[in-house]
Write a protein that binds this ligand. Structure first.
Ligand code: ADP
Ligand code: MG
Length: 559
């Protein structure tokens, strides 16, 4: 056994470079880091949320309103902050929307906890209270959820539109919601909705109003040779996960040619091999071949002679989608290609959109693949529309799967905040304070919606609370007028899972951070909080002096 004690000398187990922060300092460092992350996305929340422009070290620009995109592009470099970023990532994976809300709630849970820690409430008591509150909140949400029939197009479109509100896609939200609902329906089956079967093809040029849905797959490539047909009807389709080229030998081999005949022979042999490849494709019965790698000029020539459409350098995600849509089995070499590996489509055609040629594979048997062609004026515009559309696809998918939604506009947060205060009375003791803090924290959503809309958050909250006290569970904030309105009647809906997932992940992350009383880091720890500290609780920044010592820099990429 290793020596445990060396006389009276303390045993040093940490390397000299490591930094250690313990006790209250560790707690407050983590809380500050978490809050800083939340603060950085807060102003993007809701219909009146603003966008942010991110510039990375190579000068690439992203303009976005999307929480998870902001956080993943910001190059956050602090372990506690990372845990809050993970909240957004989980939300994105599970439901596709509500990433900003989840992070903002997590930040507020930490902020509320800070006050209680200052009042000497133990972190484990807080954690316990938060967990109980989260459970009670989830139950309360389920009670006020509204059932949605998956055939109810109107409400599905409203759900799709809510997710796009305040984003670049908003101008065309009627058109896009319709396309999104249609797309989700097309790929839905008994196992749910696999949004991988919905391909979003971004086309720069034209306006978003020209967006459309195509049943089938669109590949952003042209046929390799002009001598190939433009169009194939009732096409048999091969997918090759390799090249139609002659591989250069791996080892540097030198071919010594001593007389011209030999050279000719050598070239003829190569040509024969390439011809053989083209024939193998033709013999299997393919009319179209999608190749992952390259296609030699000579092979192109022979394929064209056979009247085959060949497409090279097809992305693996496109290959996968083509395989699913047409029923083709990708083969790694044409040597292995047989008739059984072929898929089928009613039509394969090269068409032009916005001046670019693309291959449209339409009228597939198993129409479990659709492509949403998104149009937009510039690349930045279209990228942001795409992000909003992805959120929308996520919420429609979630609703089709779960059949439950909530009215939006802060309505659910206010409602469960009130329920939690009642529940807190039954908890008693110090945990009661934690449950109440949780209830307060949830109000950050309607408060932020009001702030971002330039409204007085106190007035808005007072009105909302009184509407909910009177039993109006769907009363939310109209960010445009500042009135308290019935969000159910307004058609502003979000899936139940968006809210339950946000509460679950935010609580887990907050609890995890609060329970940490020791941070041992191998290198430097750096995080700064947002420059404007006005929103921090009184005594926050000032009182934190000691704990904040090591937190300069960080989040450099944020604007
Ligand atoms: P997140 O990343 O959390 O989805 P968003 O910026 O999309 O952030 O904002 C979502 C919030 O905006 C939700 O609370 C939602 O209810 C609210 N919201 C969306 N549309 C409206 C609307 N028309 N009126 C009021 N609130 C809305
Ligand atoms: Mg959203």
């Amino acid at each position: 056994m290793a020596q445990q004690q060396m006389g009276n000398q303390p045993l040093i187990v940490l390397s000299e470079d490591s930094q250690r922060t313990s006790g209250e300092d560790a707690q407050s460092m983590n809380v500050q880091a978490g809050k800083a992350v939340a603060e950085s996305v807060r102003t993007t929340l809701g219909p009146k949320g603003m966008d942010k422009m991110l510039v990375d070290s190579s000068g690439n620009v992203i303009v976005t309103n999307d929480g998870v995109t902001l956080l993943s592009e910001m190059e956050i470099d602090h372990p506690a902050a990372d845990m809050i970023v993970e909240v957004a990532e989980t939300q994105e994976e599970e439901v596709g929307d509500g990433t900003t809300s989840a992070v903002v709630v997590a930040g507020e849970l930490l902020s509320q906890a800070e006050d209680l820690l200052d009042q000497d409430i133990h972190a484990t008591t807080l954690a316990q209270g938060y967990r109980e509150a989260a459970e009670a909140a989830t139950e309360a949400l389920e009670e006020i959820a509204i059932d949605v029939d998956e055939d109810d197009t109107e409400i599905l479109e409203q759900i799709a539109a809510t997710a796009m509100t305040g984003k670049g896609a908003e101008n065309a939200k009627d058109l896009l919601s319709g396309l999104i609902v249609e797309a989700v329906r097309a790929v839905a089956d008994d196992d749910g909705v696999d949004t991988d079967n919905i391909k979003v093809e971004k086309v720069v040029g034209g306006s978003v109003e020209n967006s459309e849905l195509v049943e089938g797959v669109i590949v952003d490539k042209e046929r390799v040779s002009e001598n190939m047909p433009y169009f194939a009807e009732d096409a048999d389709i091969a997918i090759v996960d390799g090249d139609l080229e002659i591989k250069e030998t791996e080892i540097d081999a030198e071919v010594n040619v001593t007389d011209p005949d030999q050279l000719e022979q050598f070239l003829e042999q190569e040509e024969a091999q390439l011809r053989e490849m083209a024939e193998q494709v033709a013999d299997a019965g393919a009319d179209v071949v999608f190749v992952d790698g390259g296609i030699d000029d000579m092979a192109q020539h022979y394929l064209a002679q056979e009247g085959i459409i060949a497409v090279r350098r097809v992305k693996s995600s496109d290959q996968a989608q083509l395989a699913r849509a047409t029923g083709a089995t990708p083969v790694s070499s044409v040597d292995d290609l047989t008739e059984d590996d072929l898929g089928a489509a009613g039509s394969v055609a090269q068409k032009e959109i916005a001046g670019d040629q693309r291959i449209f594979v339409e009228d597939v048997d198993d129409a479990k693949a659709v492509t949403l062609i998104l149009r937009g004026g510039t690349e930045h515009v279209i990228d942001e529309i795409d992000r909003a559309v992805e959120d929308s696809l996520g919420v429609v998918r979630t609703t089709v799967e779960d059949g439950k939604v909530l009215a939006g506009g802060g309505a659910p947060e206010i409602d469960i905040s009130l329920s939690l205060r009642d529940y807190a009375d039954s908890v008693g003791g110090r945990e009661q304070l934690a449950v109440e803090a949780f209830a307060d924290a949830l109000e950050v959503i309607p408060r932020t919606l009001a702030e971002n809309a330039g409204l007085d958050p106190i007035d808005s909250l007072v009105e909302l609370r009184s509407a909910h006290d009177g039993g109006d569970t769907a009363a939310g904030l109209d960010a445009y007028t500042g009135d308290t309105i019935d969000m159910d009647a307004e058609g502003v809906y979000e899936p139940l899972r968006v809210k339950t997932q946000a509460i679950e992940s935010a609580t887990e992350a907050a609890v995890m951070l609060l329970r940490i009383d020791d941070v041992i880091a191998a290198g430097d720890l750096a995080v700064s909080h947002d420059d404007d500290d006005e929103d921090m609780p009184a005594g926050g920044p000032g009182g934190m002096g000691g704990g904040m010592g090591g937190m300069g820099g960080g989040m450099g990429g944020m604007m």
